[in-house]
Design a binder for this molecule. Structure first.
Ligand SMILES: [Zn+2]
Length: 279
């Protein structure tokens, strides 16, 4: 007996053997046959842009983020922006594969002839070349930042530039920690190492920005005074330097030029420092 066998008595015998779920099965099959939505690849976000090197004058291509392709999904307390699905911070170093000159993109063209001479004699003379790929791993990105930091030291860059490289490299390391596979057998060891690296870089960034705010003008690395003071405060608080942080926070809160967004963040930080001091 079929579930519809009684229909014959009603004059609907042709329905007696109907498949109750025929329609659904057809739709399911159609769904399976439909082409998958196009999977985004790294080429949708990154392209090779041509540059001319201001040190060796050779042409090269450097992986560069396409504009407005990634989505801002959050921000850390020290203003590190978080994007999805590709992290643009990984792509912020321009590196010449011929001579080894590398810098944060905002500084790449700003090299003086005496600085170029220093790079040639202390970097280019022993540089082996650098891997080229559009899809950087975190380790590839770390290597590029280290090369930029080496260049900054050699060309005697200002404190702010070195501090900014250290801050951004700390952000790359933090992103690597967030992405680290928890099932790795040496997960804890790797995390400890990365945390140590991050704190060392943040300490350098803190020292560099503290020095820069005494000796350089604003805007600094594209940031105004309150933004730099806020980053110093957050970072100083991480090292329990609450007196440094509190003094700068007070300055931000009473600065008529500071915008309300940064004042709100400074107020939150002030509260969190009060909490930390109590513990
Ligand atoms: Zn070059």
């Amino acid at each position: 007996m079929g579930v519809l066998s009684g229909l014959g008595n009603l004059g609907l015998g042709n329905l007696e053997n109907a498949d109750v779920f025929a329609q659904e099965k057809k739709e399911e099959a159609a769904k399976k046959a439909a082409p998958e939505p196009k999977k985004m690849t790294i080429d949708d976000f990154v392209f090779d842009k041509s540059y001319s090197c201001p040190v060796c004058y050779q042409e090269f291509s450097n992986p560069t983020m396409k504009a407005n392709k990634v989505k801002l999904v959050g921000q850390d307390s020290d203003l590190r922006p978080k994007y999805d699905p590709v992290d643009p911070i990984k792509y912020d170093i321009i590196a010449c594969p011929h001579c080894g000159y590398a810098a944060l993109s905002r500084y790449f063209d700003k090299i003086t002839p005496p600085q170029a001479k220093l790079v040639k004699s202390e970097i280019s003379s022993s540089f082996h070349g650098i891997k080229h790929t559009l899809d950087y791993s975190y380790d590839d990105a770390v290597e590029r930042y280290q090369l930029a930091l080496g260049n900054a030291i050699v060309k005697r860059a200002r404190s702010s530039e070195k501090a900014y490289i250290c801050l951004k490299l700390a952000w790359v390391i933090r992103a690597k920690m967030e992405a680290l596979d928890i099932d790795l057998p040496d997960y804890d060891t790797q995390m400890d190492e990365l945390k140590k690296d991050e704190m060392e870089l943040l300490q350098n960034a803190l020292d560099g920005f503290m020095n820069a705010r005494q000796t350089e003008d604003f805007p600094m690395c594209g940031m105004d005074e309150t933004t730099v003071d806020y980053i110093i405060s957050v970072t100083a608080a991480k090292f329990q330097k609450y007196d440094v942080a509190s003094k700068l926070i007070a300055g931000i809160l009473t600065d008529p030029k500071a915008n309300s967004r940064i004042k709100d963040k400074a107020r939150d930080l002030k509260d969190s420092i009060l909490q930390q001091k109590k513990q």
